[in-house]
Design a binder for this molecule. Sequence first.
Ligand code: UDX
Length: 437
Amino acid sequence: MKISVIGTGYVGLVTGTCLAETGNEVVCVDINEQKVQKMRNGEVPIYEPHLDVLFDRNIKAGRLIFSTSLKEGLEHGEVIFLALPTPEDEDGSADLSYVLGVAENIGNIITDYKVIVGKSTVPVGTAEKVREAISKNAKSTFDVVSNPEFLREGFAVDDFLKPERIVIGSSSQRATELMEKLYKPFVRSGNPIIVMDEKSAELTKYAANAFLATKITFMNEIANYCEKVGADVDKVRIGMGTDSRIGKRFLFPGIGYGGSCFPKDVKALHKSGKDSQYEFKILDSVIKVNDNQKIILFPKIKNYFNNDLQNKTFAIWGLAFKPETDDIREAPSLYLIDKLLTEGANIKAFDPEAMDNVARKYQGKIQFSKTMYDVLENADALIICTEWSIFRTPDFNKIKYSLRKNVIFDGRNLYDISDVEKEDISYFSIGRKDIKI
Ligand code: UDX
């Protein structure tokens, strides 16, 4: 099939590349000329495991083409994916100006039947707005479909190629059939393509993300309470998660959820509720609890250093909002770093992928090291913000000999309490007993 993808951000790029992988002819459009030029040369603009291999293969096969021309994109595809940004507005709602801006142009350009697919996470009712915007100028027939993505950063290629489900919001038989044909190769395992109306599809995406954010937040509150009463959240987590109604996943407490999706989507759903005179009380709490969770280690750190962080140096392991990505959007590490800098502390950091992004943001205020052990030299304490695998089995001797104080503040519960206890290191984690030596 001939496919176009408008917008080559994270979602657009993964969508375009994976659709080319199953033999479709894909044109990806972006207004950024420099970016398009680089992609034509085979450079993947984001870090996402396995994407580079697919990217290279499909460009070479001539199935994946990049363009700055919206006209070229709209003329090429029978199915046109809109993967445009929907950034958070000041009031928390999703800014639809990119999506609707492109939609208005679509009507002017298309001359034969097209299926316009909303891929961005958008509030309920957006498909209708897109349809209206296209209709203003449309000279040919078209259908608008909502097809939310459920891609996790770090696993996006796998999630796209082997989805647990495909959700299609469509009220047109013709468009539904085309979408089913397009996705058939990805659901050979028997996973479902779920067809529903556009509004329900739009809400499915928000509801799924808000639910997962709530699940994590609930567990974070249980962890905070464990600390008050001397229970161990690791044990509680396993005890709860083995109930299949609850499930084991997304129960890991830590320094809060971050990234480009959960924080934005929870706020957008909360705001959409308000706009429809519905108050999402749960989401209101989730937002507040998560804001506090991102800096939950701060009082522990301050207390350990007798309220004086002036000129103390902290080594940070992990900056990305989660492992296997260089994405630092809403990363809890940054909130903690800001608090520490405000108190006059110095920060040295190591992350396998995200250091360049953080360096750009902090402009010389943070030092970086090439290895996870270099960063410990002359630091007073180690703080762990992201659970990269490389941090899971460290050489505790190296940690002890490098740090000025033998203390680790672990925001991701990487180590068994019993293992650290043997090491003569003070250890503060989330929802478990503190080890003070
Ligand atoms: C998420 C959704 O999973 C995906 O379906 C959607 O399309 C986009 O948003 P992503 O943001 O890539 O994906 O990351 P995810 O792996 O879901 O983690 C989100 C955040 O929750 C991270 O900050 C992570 O550290 C945190 N998290 C996750 C926890 O704190 N505990 C957990 O148990 C799981």
